[in-house]
Design a protein around this ligand. Sequence first.
Ligand code: NDP
Length: 322
Amino acid sequence: FRAIPKDWPVLGEHIVCDTSSTIDLEEQPLDGGVLVKTLLLSPDPYMRGRMRDPKVKSYIWPFILGQPVDNWTVGIVLRSESEKFKEGDYVVGVIPWASYNVMPASRLEVIKNENHLPWSYYIGLLGMPGRTAYYGLKKIVDLKEGQKIFVSAGSGAVGSVVIQLAKLRGAQVFASAGSEEKVAFLKEIGVDRAINYKTDDLDEALEEFGELDVYWDGVGGPTLDIAFKHMKDFGVVVICGLISSYNDGENQYGIKGFIIGDIVAAEGGSRAFDEEVGELVKQGKIKYKEHYTKGIENAGQALLDVLKGNNFGKPVVIVADK
Ligand code: NDP
């Protein structure tokens, strides 16, 4: 991370891929920790909020200038001085974006993957974005059968899971996304009415759909303004994310919604999610899309792509196969 962007981050200026530092995989001291090889990185929209002046308060610590950015990552253990991990374990944790890292054991968890799912699911459907959808619906909304919900950024990692969990609860779902391809996917996962917010009239379509019990906001901006007009009295608006304003300059932290890490901490872990959503995935009841980028040198571009909506599905950067 090289410089704090004012609006859109620029590759080479704010984020650079620096391959100059090396590490001796055999000799590098571990100090009781674990040597992890990076396999899969997760470019997530919230990372833009961490590219800020450290003096600006937020729910999460900022990236440090001159240091690699970090986020949820899947890796494999090459060497360990901790009893919790052994060579060959697949692990997940918030890890710097580098090919290899020495990590304290407390920052990692072993992925058991008893159902032999793709490892990338643990940074998406069965990781932070999936938890956001599950706990948001359960703890913030408590959506009921027959209720009407509108989900924006519907084809994404969070939105697509919200939609499918809402359908399993018997809700009527309206969703928006930014391309015809994404709208076709929304229909495939069972939404009752799907629109392309770039070409269709959202206001008119919501009018036809009827008053909303819930609006799940992943984008903010004009979509949020229009959704407000269609809320039932005492309906619930969930401010999950405001991606449309993440690159709007300095005044982007004004609204406070919910943060998944707070809920997981308050719940003492994510067992309910792991069991319930794990079972749904095992039974093939949740469809899920991923968007792959190859090579750590392309990770910065993958992060800019998710901010611009160039991803279709959960972005995953494949750094190494094993
Ligand atoms: P997505 O996979 O949905 O990717 C982001 C999508 O946002 C893009 O693909 C794009 O899709 C859409 N988008 C980008 N710019 C705009 C815009 N100006 N107007 C409308 N849509 C836009 O990401 P996630 O599922 O990971 O995250 C979705 C939202 O949830 C984000 O705002 C994120 O910050 C938030 N979030 C919040 C959490 C919490 O704890 N509260 C945890 C995780 C995520 P399209 O082509 O449809 O425009």
